[in-house]
Ligand binder design. Structure first.
Ligand code: HEM
Length: 506
């Protein structure tokens, strides 16, 4: 899923949603938390404690406004480990990449406790809170997103991409103009849904996918609020939207689709063991998987396109690299959609891969969360660090990704940053030492994204198709900012959008 406890961010609409009685109760609770917060002081051996002047929310406002700037200033002042009060929770941030392993390997720091609450709040999945066998079995299905299973998924993504774009390819050669974000939303949603869940055979396939996507986007828009623990009843009609989505993803509804992936087949087998066939929680599990598979892939594709459209030189190098591969594998760009690349061939496109890694480096703002189950001491390279039961620990890779000692001019988009002499570059240094971890948009350890290979394959294939068959141009070439409302929860969306145009290459 994603870094999922939420509850750190103040919401200006809270007053409107709660009404006056609710507000009075909230104020009383706030006062209580305020008193408790005020009492907490730093104990010997604990990291510096930064509570800020704003009760309960602590440093949340400053962090949400300018996450990197604020964290960098705290790092200068307090060092690489400190505890922040955010939304009533104490969170210890770990910024030194040489400390990551100690956190990731500590058995007393739990990812599962953390994520189970999130699954309940956002998707209404309750059984994961109580049934560890179910958790283990669900996790075992992730193998179907990797290795030889990925080859099958990859063939399927290419077929599905063909279906998305073939009508365009058969159309005239005039320019189509669109906003970039809805374009990425439509293409990634359709491609991912059909690859994982299968194709609908009925004539109204487009309508079904479009409606599903629109409902999904409405639901996703409320994601931060749901994750924050705001009851769904206070969020307008989102409960009925979620119920509808869950209904579209029951075993019965999915049975109408053709070409379901192994991961979903296996998931269904497992879910049927733990639930009665009509239990709506089965659909909720699928909504969770669908959400995880789309929510970060869309903004990654968005930022990749945005940076490429604004960097004609990078675009030209990528086109060249792809053309070269197509020629060397004897493939011609015929009038239809005919190219086929194996996984090995796709992986040999080093500049394409570097471009995506660079986008993820610049745009990933995920935190890697763990829940402290009991008081403990982390033995770190340079110091010991005491952690308190009930707090959270967060590895925060954006600081690593923007460290000028590791990445020269870290705010610049350099499409070839992860290449060296025409090959993949995998060695990066800090304080003269080679880094084990230098790029962590997909998390680390037990919570590492199981869909990372599929995500890379999807984005690569989509970019190959777009660069091979289409002329692409940005229309309003304006700088965009990241919208940090989902800060700590993955890849941010843009704060606005840009128009671009595309037409079939003549
Ligand atoms: C660029 C795209 C993607 C990014 C940046 C990304 C990132 C992440 C991250 C950071 C986590 C860990 C969250 C945490 O620590 O709380 C995660 C978890 C997860 N991701 Fe992805 N992801 C991407 C695409 C995908 C895709 C395509 C799938 C397809 C199925 C997927 C499936 C999952 C699942 C199932 C989990 C939860 C794993 C668990 O519960 O242990 N992700 N992802």
């Amino acid at each position: 899923m994603s870094a999922g406890m939420g509850g750190f961010w103040p919401e200006p609409w809270l007053t409107r949603s709660l009404g006056y009685p609710g507000l009075a109760l909230a104020a009383a609770l706030l006062l209580l938390v305020l008193c408790l917060n005020a009492r907490r002081t730093r104990r010997p051996g604990e990291p510096p404690l930064i509570k800020g002047w704003l009760p309960y929310f602590g440093q949340a406002l400053k962090l949400q406004k300018d996450p990197l700037g604020f964290m960098t200033s705290l790092q200068k002042q307090y060092g690489d480990i400190f505890t922040l009060l955010l939304g009533g929770k104490y969170i210890t941030f770990i910024l030194d990449p040489f400390h990551y392993t100690s956190v990731a390997k500590n058995q007393k720091l739990s990812f599962q406790i953390f994520t189970n609450k999130f699954l309940k709040r956002v998707f209404s999945i309750k059984k994961m809170l109580t049934d560890s066998d179910l958790i283990d079995e669900i996790h075992s299905t992730y193998q179907f997103l990797q290795g030889k299973h990925l080859d099958i998924l990859m063939e399927s993504t290419m077929q599905n991409l063909k279906q998305v774009f073939e009508p365009q390819l058969l159309k005239t050669t005039s320019w189509s103009t669109e906003y970039l974000l809805p374009f990425c939303n439509s293409v990634i949603f359709e491609m991912t849904f059909t690859t994982i869940y299968g194709n609908i055979l009925a004539d109204d396939k487009k309508t079904f996918i479009t409606e599903l996507k629109d409902d999904f986007l409405k639901f996703d828009e409320k994601f931060t609020r749901l994750a924050s623990g705001i009851p769904i009843e206070l969020l307008g009609n989102i409960k009925s939207v979620r119920t509808k989505l869950i209904k579209d993803l029951t075993i019965e509804s999915l049975a109408k689709l053709q070409g379901m992936s192994e991961v979903v087949q296996r998931r269904n087998d497992i879910l049927e063991k733990y639930y009665t066939p009509k239990d709506t929680e089965i659909g909720a599990h699928h909504l969770g998987l669908l959400w995880a598979s789309v929510t970060n892939t869309v903004p990654t594709m968005f930022w990749a396109m945005y940076y490429l459209l604004r960097n004609p030189k990078a675009m030209a190098v990528l086109r060249d690299e792809i053309d070269h591969l197509l020629q060397s594998t004897g493939q011609k760009k015929g009038p239809g959609f005919s190219i086929y690349l194996t996984r090995e061939q796709l992986d040999s496109l080093v500049y394409l891969e570097s471009t995506i890694l660079e986008v993820l480096r610049l745009c990933s703002f995920s935190g890697i969360f763990r829940f402290v189950q009991e008081d403990l001491t982390l033995h770190l390279e340079s110091q010991d660090c005491c952690l308190r039961k009930g707090d959270f620990v967060v590895i925060f890779p954006p600081i690593l990704h923007h460290d000028p000692e590791i990445f020269e001019a870290p705010d610049e988009f350099r499409f070839d940053r992860f290449t060296e002499n025409g090959k993949k570059k995998t060695t990066f240094f800090k304080r003269g030492k080679k880094l084990k971890y230098y790029h962590l948009p997909f998390g680390l350890g037990v919570s590492k994204c199981p869909g990372r290979f599929l995500a890379m394959v999807e984005i690569k294939q989509l970019l190959v198709v777009l660069l091979t068959y289409f002329d692409l141009e940005i229309i309003d070439n304006k700088p965009l900012e990241l919208n940090y409302s989902r800060f700590l929860f993955g890849i941010p969306y843009p704060d606005s959008d840009v128009l671009f145009r595309y037409k079939i290459k003549s």
